[in-house]
Design a protein around this ligand. Structure first.
Ligand SMILES: [Zn+2]
Length: 250
């Protein structure tokens, strides 16, 4: 039953996130990425965590930018919850002062340097994109990021290799906040999230993007309240991974 739960979450991701969720065939052959070279770290790919604990990880992609990132941080402060921000390295370098102290409570992950399609880059360019972002996160937050979310969920053999060499795991998502489809129906947008979350899910929201996303951020307090009412607690992705595994037969 444990496996089935994980697979439900994965299926949910592909159904809910058809526009964003697209893992392409690797455009790079195993030979060209030099797969005979051992990786320093055996990377895992995670959509959700198989647990019966009512925990959910809220994640925000694409920031930081001045328009909405402070709003997202305000909502999290107000609700006293922690989240995980997958940052675009070049934006973090430019807007460090926007987030320097404010990210302290939260987990920070790597979302490439220029929101790059890592599946289309060669080894050297993936290493540069992920590595520069890693160094910038370290410089500005003092922390070594270990979570990589490839933009659009797109990754190739080179992405997995670089992730292993830099000590990263690959973090996708199991529930997308459907701002594009439901931005003009706030009640449905909230219900879609509150009713859709299952224990161990990783939720994807954005603190940057087209204006329809602002509707989702504005509904975030209601989503958080609704999930708390259902008994969910909000944790970072790393904390979610520490959850107790689902017992077989439960
Ligand atoms: Zn993104």
């Amino acid at each position: 039953m444990g496996m089935a739960a994980g697979m439900v979450a994965v299926g949910g991701a592909s159904a809910a996130a058809t526009e964003k969720f697209a893992i392409e065939e690797s455009p790079v052959s195993a030979e060209s990425v030099g797969s005979n070279r051992p990786a320093g770290h055996q990377s895992t790919v995670l959509w959700s965590v198989d647990t019966a604990e009512r925990k959910v990880a809220l994640t925000f992609d694409d920031g930081p930018l001045p328009e909405w990132t402070p709003l997202a941080l305000d909502v999290l402060d107000e609700a006293k919850i922690r989240a995980t921000f997958f940052v675009v390295g070049s934006r973090l370098a430019t807007h460090a002062n926007l987030v320097r102290k404010r990210y302290d409570r939260h987990e920070i992950g790597n979302h490439s340097w220029h929101h790059d399609d890592l599946s289309k880059l060669n080894y050297k360019d993936v290493m540069r994109s992920v590595g520069q972002t890693h160094d910038t996160i370290k410089r500005i937050t003092g922390r070594n990021a270990t979570l990589l979310r490839p933009p659009w969920g797109k990754m190739g053999g080179t992405t997995v290799r670089v992730a292993g060499e830099l000590g990263y795991d690959l973090i996708l998502w199991s529930l997308l906040v459907r701002d594009r489809a439901l931005h003009s129906h706030p009640d449905e947008l909230v219900e879609d999230v509150v009713g859709g979350v299952r224990p161990g899910m990783i939720m994807l929201a954005h603190d940057v993007g087209r204006t329809t996303r602002l509707a989702a951020l504005q509904q975030l307090p209601r989503m958080i309240r609704g999930l708390k009412d259902r008994g969910f607690t909000f944790v970072t992705v790393s904390e979610l991974r520490q959850s107790l595994p689902r017992q077989s037969g439960t």
